[in-house]
Write a protein that binds this ligand. Structure first.
Ligand code: NAI
Length: 256
């Protein structure tokens, strides 16, 4: 029970239905629940989020779903208030919500740029802004911002996604320094290529998928559970001396 007594708010956590392909947030919800955490699942996908919530509760876990658009300040205030009203505190925030955008620079419209920066930059900022005051009340907490290997290295596409994930990475370090003295840790996770609802459709294209596998030293894509294990470490007290760090989970892609 590595998270016993802890309360965690996970964004982008709708895809946690057993039997379906899960996202990182959904997989983390099940792993965290098994380790004793109480959960608030947040997402814009209300239908799927409610199914995940129901399955977790039917399995005897404490979980509540709330509709949260991470780009909305009002939604963040409501989600954090719901967390504290339901469970009395907030110990762990996982800023995991995200969307893809595989456009080259010249194909990137202003609208796409803004949308990517809003979710991956502003969303992470707002989450920290409203979670940190609650963590200060209890004398500590752990914030995990899900960036990407695309927040560390470039590629031929995904221009605005790279910019947004880079923002998430450096925002984490900025917050880590500001709150290190108060027991609030902030780290980023950098997943490589993993099969989730977000990527599964593009992995059906055999040419694209084979080219992807060539880039992965371990020769396979990652599973959501393998990312959730990294989140568990950073959420638990085992990582109590870790802040401002980048946890890369990518089968060796960025080692090449
Ligand atoms: P997923 O399939 O679970 O999708 C992400 C979730 O975020 C969805 O449930 C979606 O409804 C939600 N979401 C999107 N915009 C939102 C908003 N404005 N407010 C609240 N929720 C919103 O995806 P996956 O792949 O598990 O992604 C989780 C995170 O990991 C994302 O930030 C993604 O960019 C990142 N990531 C994923 C990689 C992969 O290969 N799957 C690789 C590197 C990073």
């Amino acid at each position: 029970m590595r998270l016993e007594g802890k309360v965690a708010l996970i964004t982008g956590a709708a895809a946690g239905v057993k039997g379906d392909i899960m996202g990182f947030g959904g997989a983390a919800a099940w792993l965290f629940a098994a380790e004793g955490a109480k959960l608030v699942l947040a997402d814009i996908n209300e239908e799927q989020g409610r199914r995940t919530e129901a399955q977790l509760c039917d399995s005897g876990h404490d979980a509540v779903f709330t509709r949260l658009d991470v780009t909305s300040e009002d939604d963040w205030q409501a989600a954090v208030a719901l967390t504290v009203n339901t469970y009395g505190k907030l110990d762990v925030l996982i800023n995991n919500a995200g969307t893809g955008g595989r456009m080259r620079l010249m194909e990137t419209t202003e609208e796409l740029w803004d949308a990517q920066m809003d979710v991956h930059g502003k969303g992470v900022f707002l989450g920290m802004k409203y979670a940190i005051p609650e963590m200060r009340k209890t004398g500590g907490g752990s914030i995990i911002n899900v960036s990407s290997i695309y927040g560390l290295v470039g590629s031929a596409t995904s221009t605005a996604y790279h910019a947004g994930k880079g923002a998430s990475r450096i925002l984490s370090k900025s917050a880590a320094i500001q709150y290190a003295g108060e027991g609030i840790r902030v780290n980023s996770i950098h997943p490589g290529f993993c099969r989730t609802p977000m990527t599964n459709a593009s992995y059906q294209n055999a040419e694209h998928y084979d080219a992807l596998l060539q880039r992965i030293p371990m020769g396979r894509v990652g599973q959501p559970e393998e990312l959730a294990q990294g989140m568990l470490y950073l959420a638990s007290d085992e990582s109590r001396y870790v802040t401002g760090a980048e946890l890369v989970i990518d089968g060796g892609v960025t080692a090449t």
